[in-house]
Ligand binder design. Structure first.
Ligand SMILES: O=P(O)(O)OC[C@H]1O[C@H](O)[C@H](O)[C@@H](O)[C@@H]1O
Length: 546
């Protein structure tokens, strides 16, 4: 059954939120904390090893109640049960959306067209386990009988970002294999990545859900040609494996059927790291850690499915963000992890969130009259503090930010960790409180500035504060906590798509550029078929004349 298609702005809750917004929009959070001494405790959710503080937001209890009633009026509960039970909620592509089935328990049942898919999922998991074990322990060998030392993942979009982000995030848990990622069709990227590799000890994992993606097929062909400079065609079977739904195309490429890891069309590319797309993760950190990643995600799935909305982390965070996006007109969200291990996390979420909710047609096929998907960006703290935090603190835009920190560091460098975390807390504190005029003047006086200097400098040194943040405090960066964190954002995407009445699981917006690029390739080959605008035509001409 389809998701209900209700315009959120026509609900009673939206109307109430609109008038509530007029009352609260200029209230400073400092005032909200002053009025309610229990606020910090009341606006926090403790779950497993997560503590999520959302008290530093421009909301009060009434805001949250109204946002929850918006979710209820839009029948979010019904949508959640359709999401988990395999309904065709990706309507424009006629598919179910079941990345959650990839991390289901062995005895769970998830039906797609009447067939329980969990046993198939576990068959593939078994294959991933055996394969990764044999590569890691060296029993599987390359064409000259040597164990593998390097793995090259060739994929793009969801077939790259998820595994690349997770292998970086779990670098602490990794084994001796050097795992690299080739994504861009840029030949310089390919050649740079192949540099220094030995074909005898390099394993290529070609990942493409469709196995039609230009970048991946070109890069895999280049890698194969590079390999064939020293090896022969029959050796390809030992060094190339593929992950895809398109078994026919894999065979055309010359990859042996035994080396194919299947996936399913009910797994969206940007949600696919839980499938065999995560093979490079299992190779990098071992199957056991890979399974723990999935366990962590499953735990978050249960929390999301079973917890009342007002205590439900993905629901609360989604709704608060809708509040900023649709009432405060905030356009972006910053994701700031305080661990270098998560340095690819916001890049990963850019695809997840922006490809999912960057839509302007609602589920009735009408243009929406309100804002949908946010712009996602971010870098790890403390680096980002020294780069773009100026704009968050004193710029003209409202930028809600998620701060993700860990109580323990992995290497146990206590002194570093205290410095890191002091920055973590200090930033959200500064964003909340700001710095008022009196304090600025006091500081300038203490520095010995004269009256005139104080007058001139004061406006520049004031911080308004009242900048919203969510603080995630997680015990430790483990495969489980990472799995839960990723699943949290996946569910946030889902909730927002439901509320905005859009289809979150297709991505038609990436097609046009692909089509035009193919036309331009024909121009390069002298088989011009397409007309170009004058600017593009001139640029192409200059390129071709070079
Ligand atoms: O895995 P593939 O079929 O090669 O697709 C790779 C990527 O390409 C597309 O352009 C989509 O927008 C992405 O969602 C997808 O992850």
């Amino acid at each position: 059954m389809a998701l209900k298609a209700i315009n959120p702005t026509k609900t009673k809750a939206w109307e109430k939120l609109s008038s509530h917004f007029e009352e609260i929009k200029d209230v400073h959070m400092v005032e909200l904390f002053r009025k309610n001494p229990e606020r910090a405790k009341e606006m926090a959710i403790e779950w497993n090893d997560f503590y999520v503080d959302y008290s530093k937001n421009r909301i009060n209890k009434e805001t949250l109640d109204l946002l929850v009633s918006l979710a209820e009026e839009l029948d979010l509960q019904d949508a959640i049960s359709k999401y988990f039970s395999g309904d065709t909620i990706n309507e424009t592509e006629g598919r179910a959306v079941l990345h959650t089935a990839l991390r289901a328990g062995k005895d769970d049942e998830v039906l797609v067209d009447g067939v329980n898919v969990v046993p198939e999922v576990y068959q593939v998991r078994e294959k991933i386990s055996q394969f990764s074990d044999s590569v890691i322990n060296g029993s599987r060998k390359g064409y000259t009988g040597k164990a593998f030392t390097h793995v090259v993942n060739i994929g793009i979009g969801g077939s790259d970002l998820g595994p690349a982000m997770v292998t970086e995030a779990l670098a602490y848990y990794k084994n001796h294999l050097d795992v690299r990622f080739i994504s861009n069709v840029d030949g310089d990227h390919v050649m740079e990545s192949l540099k220094g590799l030995d074909p005898e000890t390099t394993l290529f994992v070609v990942v493409s859900k469709t196995f039609t993606t230009q970048e991946t097929l070109s890069n895999a062909t280049t890698a194969k040609n590079w390999f064939l400079k020293t090896a022969s065609e029959k050796d390809v079977a030992k060094h190339f494996v593929a992950v895809s739904t398109n078994l026919e195309k894999i065979a055309d490429f010359g990859i042996h059927a035994d080396n194919v890891f299947p996936m399913w069309d009910w797994v969206g590319g940007r949600f696919s790291l839980w499938s065999a797309v995560g093979l490079s993760i299992a190779l990098s950190v071992g199957y056991e850690n890979y399974a723990k990643l999935l366990d962590g995600a499953r735990a978050m799935d249960q929390h999301f499915k079973e917890t009342p909305f007002e205590r439900n982390i993905p629901v609360v965070l989604s709704l608060i963000n809708i509040w900023y996006n649709n009432f405060f007109d905030a356009e972006s969200e910053a994701i700031i992890p305080y661990t270098q291990y998560l340095h690819r996390f916001s890049a990963y979420l850019q695809q997840g969130i922006m490809e999912s909710n960057g839509k302007s047609i609602d589920r009735n096929g009408q243009r929406v009259g309100y804002q949908t998907g946010t712009i996602i960006w971010g870098e790890p703290g403390t680096n980002s503090q020294h780069a773009f935090f100026q704009l968050i603190h004193q710029g003209t835009k409202l930028i809600p930010a998620d701060f993700i920190g860990f109580t323990e560091s992995l290497h146990g460098e206590e002194d570093h960790h205290k410095k890191l975390m002091s920055n973590f807390f200090a930033q959200t504190e500064a964003l909340l409180n700001g710095k008022v005029e009196d304090v600025v003047i006091g500081e300038l006086k203490a520095q010995g500035k004269n009256e005139e200097q104080i007058k001139a400098l004061t406006p520049f040194k004031i911080f308004e504060g009242n900048k919203p943040t969510n603080t995630f405090m997680i015990d430790r960066l483990t495969p489980q906590s990472l799995g839960a964190l990723i699943a949290l954002y996946e569910h946030k995407i889902f909730v927002q798509g439901v509320v905005w009445n859009i289809f979150s699981y297709d991505q038609w917006g990436v097609e046009l550029g692909k089509q035009l690029a193919n036309n331009i390739l024909k121009d390069f080959a002298g088989e011009t078929t397409a007309e170009h605008d004058p600017s593009t035509a001139l640029l192409i001409k200059r390129f071709m004349e070079h």
